[in-house]
Every structure is written in structure tokens, then in C-alpha cells.
Design a protein around this ligand. Structure first.
Ligand code: MG
Length: 253
């Protein structure tokens, strides 16, 4: 027995002598934890418009060049105002960008109508649809309650906003949106859900929320595979009178 133990200890010592154990050394100089490459690209923000230099301007009030009508893919029928904005023309249909987008940073400003006397979902209802499928609700909820997963700033029927940060009716609102598109495999299965973060007038109202699928009026979210797709703005069809202005996007992929 004594001999076996002795051989065992000798074996362990032999094994240990042939094993290299790497122990991470704690850095002793600040330079050891500095990374210099690759350098982030330089983006300049225009001091007047506040638009980043790498943004695609989708609407600056001059024309509808970046947009088409969803119904028939012809020119937009909405109203081009002389104050740099556009207004939904009732029952002319949604409009969409000519370009397709994946993940984006989106800036868009919208205004509810002082003339709109509707209630519930019929008071200045419009919507910002990412990839033509996923709606961030636009609605005048000032003195106007509705179901909370369909109120202003909701991911329609999916995510209640963390706060109601609306400007007074008739004043301009700002949405700043960070959106990451979903991913699908070759068989059409979703391998990564879309996520969205929304600031409403600088207030965080959607905090890296997972989008379950399409934002349906009736029924559950659907997940038909898709690639890049247009940004779409909604004509809700009930004389919303909603206006938009200053729309720009930065592509994130
Ligand atoms: Mg809507």
C-alpha cells in the first residue's frame, strides 16, 4: 500500500511538472487596457437642424421625393404644408418610403390636430411603422383615455409605454427610436426578435422592448420572414389631421 501511494504522488508531481497553467496577470499600467483601433467614424451634427451628417433625410418639408403611396405605389396624396410639415389627407391611404431599411435610429416629429374632436382611438390616430409591420402608436391621449397597450407611444397591442409624455394637443411631439430588425433563418424561422427603444419628447417610454411580431388590430402577432422594408406612416381613415415633419434616419446595419 505504501509503495502505491508513493508511486501515485510521484505520478502527480510528474503530471504537474508538464502542465502549463496560464494565470491572467493584473495590468499594472493604464496603457495595458487601452484600445486604439478601430476608430469610430466621425459624425458631425448640424448646429441648426441637429441632423447628423450620416443621416438620410426622409422629409424636410420641401417635397415627397422619398415617399410613395402604399395603395398604388404612385405619388403621395397627403398635404405638403408651407411650414415644413405634411398632413395626412384623409382616406388617401398610408405612405411609405421608397427606400428599404433594416435596423435604424429614427427621428420623427408629429403633431395632433386641434380640430380633431374624436375620442378613444379616433382622436388624431396615426402611426409610425418600422419595416411596414411594427407600429409605434401616434394618438392624441390628452383628456382622452383608451386601452393602454394602444395609447400614444405604445407598441400597438404589445407594449404599454412607460410614461405618457405628450405635448399639448396641437404642439409638436418628437419620437427618437432605436430599432433592431428581426432575423430569420433560411427555413423562415425567426432566430432573433426585433427590439425597440423609444424616447417621446426626451422621455424613455419603450426600453429595449422585444417585438413579438406584427402589431395586429385583431389577433396575435405574426412572424412571416422578411428582409429590409420601408418605413410607413398611417392614414387611420378617420380624419386624423395628424402632421409630420423633420424625419431622418441613420442606418445601423
Ligand atoms: Mg395608429
Amino acid at each position: 500500500m505504501k509503495r502505491i501511494i508513493t508511486i501515485g504522488i510521484l505520478g502527480l508531481l510528474f503530471f504537474a511538472s508538464n502542465v502549463t497553467v496560464t494565470v491572467a496577470q493584473e495590468p499594472t499600467k493604464p496603457e495595458e487596457t487601452e484600445i486604439w483601433e478601430p476608430k469610430p467614424k466621425v459624425v458631425i451634427v448640424d448646429p441648426e437642424t441637429k441632423i447628423p451628417s450620416d443621416a438620410i433625410v426622409l422629409f424636410d418639408g420641401a417635397n415627397f421625393d422619398e415617399w410613395i403611396s402604399v395603395i398604388d405605389s404612385t405619388e403621395v396624396k397627403w398635404v405638403l404644408n408651407n411650414d415644413g410639415s405634411m398632413t395626412v389627407k384623409d382616406k388617401t391611404g398610408d405612405i411609405q418610403t421608397k427606400r428599404n431599411f433594416g435596423s435604424v435610429q429614427l427621428h420623427i416629429e408629429w403633431r395632433s390636430s386641434l380640430e380633431n374632436t374624436g375620442s378613444n382611438q379616433s382622436k388624431s390616430n396615426s402611426g409610425v411603422f418600422l419595416q411596414k409591420r411594427y407600429e409605434v402608436q401616434v394618438l392624441d391621449n390628452n383628456n382622452n383615455d383608451t386601452y393602454v397597450n394602444g395609447q400614444v407611444g405604445s407598441i400597438y397591442k404589445q407594449s404599454i409605454p412607460l410614461a405618457k409624455a405628450s405635448a399639448p394637443t396641437g404642439d409638436w411631439n418628437v419620437y427618437d427610436i432605436i430599432y433592431h430588425a428581426p432575423e430569420f433563418d433560411s427555413k423562415g424561422n425567426k432566430t432573433k426578435s426585433a427590439t425597440i427603444t423609444v424616447l417621446h419628447n426626451n422621455v424613455l417610454i419603450q426600453d429595449h422592448v422585444t417585438i413579438k411580431g406584427t402589431t395586429e388590430y385583431i389577433g396575435w402577432p405574426k412572424n412571416t420572414p422578411h428582409g429590409k422594408a420601408p418605413l410607413m406612416l398611417q392614414d387611420h381613415g378617420d380624419n386624423s389631421g395628424v402632421s409630420y415633419r423633420n424625419i431622418w434616419v441613420r442606418e445601423l446595419n
